[in-house]
Ligand binder design. Sequence first.
Ligand code: FMN
Length: 460
Amino acid sequence: MKTKDGKSIRNNLQCTFSRRDFIKYSSVAAAAAAMPGFVTGCATFKPRQDCLTQLAFAETRHRDLVFASAKIGSIDVRNHILRSATTLGLAETNGRPKKELTDAYVELCEGGVGAIITGALGVQKNGRLGTSYTFLFHHDDYIPDYRSVTDRVHAYNTPIIAQIGHGGRQTRRAVTGEATVAPSPITDPYYNEETPRELTELEIREVIQNFIDTIVRSQKAGFDGVQLHAAHGYLLSGFLSPATNQRTDQWGGSTENRFRIIREIFLGARKKVGDYPILIKISAYDHQSDGLRVPESVQIAAMLEEAGCDAIEVSCGIGADGFSTIRVPEIPSEAVLAYSFRYKDSNPIVKTLLPVFAPLIVNRHEPLFNYNVCAAQEIKKQVSIPVIVVGGIRTLPDIEQIIGNRMADFVAMGRPFIIEPDIVNRFKEESQTASSCINCGYCLLAIEAGGTKCFYGEIS
Ligand SMILES: Cc1cc2nc3c(=O)[nH]c(=O)nc-3n(C[C@H](O)[C@H](O)[C@H](O)COP(=O)(O)O)c2cc1C
């Protein structure tokens, strides 16, 4: 069965969750349930995960290495466990940080984190990521707000890195008030809630300039470095992936062309900020048909190093694909109904059907743990700059093996720091060797309702 642009409905149904009208497809879901093999036959790409056996069987311990200080560019990192960018929904509606954000960061500092990477800060207003509770850093007026955050964090001798991004095709008109923009429009109506408008050449130049200006601003605000958000289907990630970048001009086509926007940001920023640390987060594979794969990401990593990147954080997936980036053992239908802007006000029929059919048609990606380690290892073989890996990292023994066996230079975690901001100290003291996070994913969905927290699998 095909959509009007020829894409397989089967693929769409299983690989995206962002459909405007869930109920429309419930009959297809019922058919799926009746056809063995339909659901398991998802055509999405899964990378090799063979390297994970190294974690399971290795017996060497590398504890000292994990807790030793290290460098990322010129940043002195306290240890090898970083807080990955995690938006906590603690921004005012104008995108300025709330006081509670600083309090949350202080908890992380006291808890022993190696360095904090902030949740994404939008480089322009119409590129604001996700919800009205995410940050903006599009104007110099915001420098004092972020300066007070960095000053507080530095009092704990902890580095803080600003993640900066543009939401691209995953922005929402309801949040930005403007049409969604992307490298090129994908007309598949199931792919995203709004069909994006293609960026013009002039707009691409503006985006590049906005990234450069925000890097300059970040330096002025006292951040120890910045991280470009080029993962999870947001704008820069959209340019990198052949699934979402179908341009035929200098910004699309070859790897070199799809990488061009990022190269221009690096080149432009270096002229302004010298060797100020600029990191990047990428989705090394995006699960999309004809999307980004690990071997191409390895090439992109080499291009990044050549362009002057200081470190690469390896993630995967795109936000619109539901739970590929942030994996869950089961689809959190209860939280979707409670918090998701798409479903929380839906009619009673949808509310009844969603929990029944969502587990059948929404892709639940596996493995649940350490899922980007093998991709990070491939990238690490290619570059000499530090490689950071994030995604389902939960235990001290796994971290010891990842770092000790040089599968990555640093690990980063998201959800474990929400439930236990002092997880690094707990690991160091060995009072705990595994995070208590149950990966329910409720924290992610709750961003849409404001400040998030650990729900531990229950709506409260
Ligand atoms: C509540 C929440 C907010 C997040 N916000 C961001 C973000 O702003 N930028 C980003 O790159 N990733 C974000 N992520 C993804 C995490 O950085 C991380 O890649 C993902 O959660 C997988 O790691 P984990 O299994 O340790 O949670 C977020 C994740 C969660 C749960």
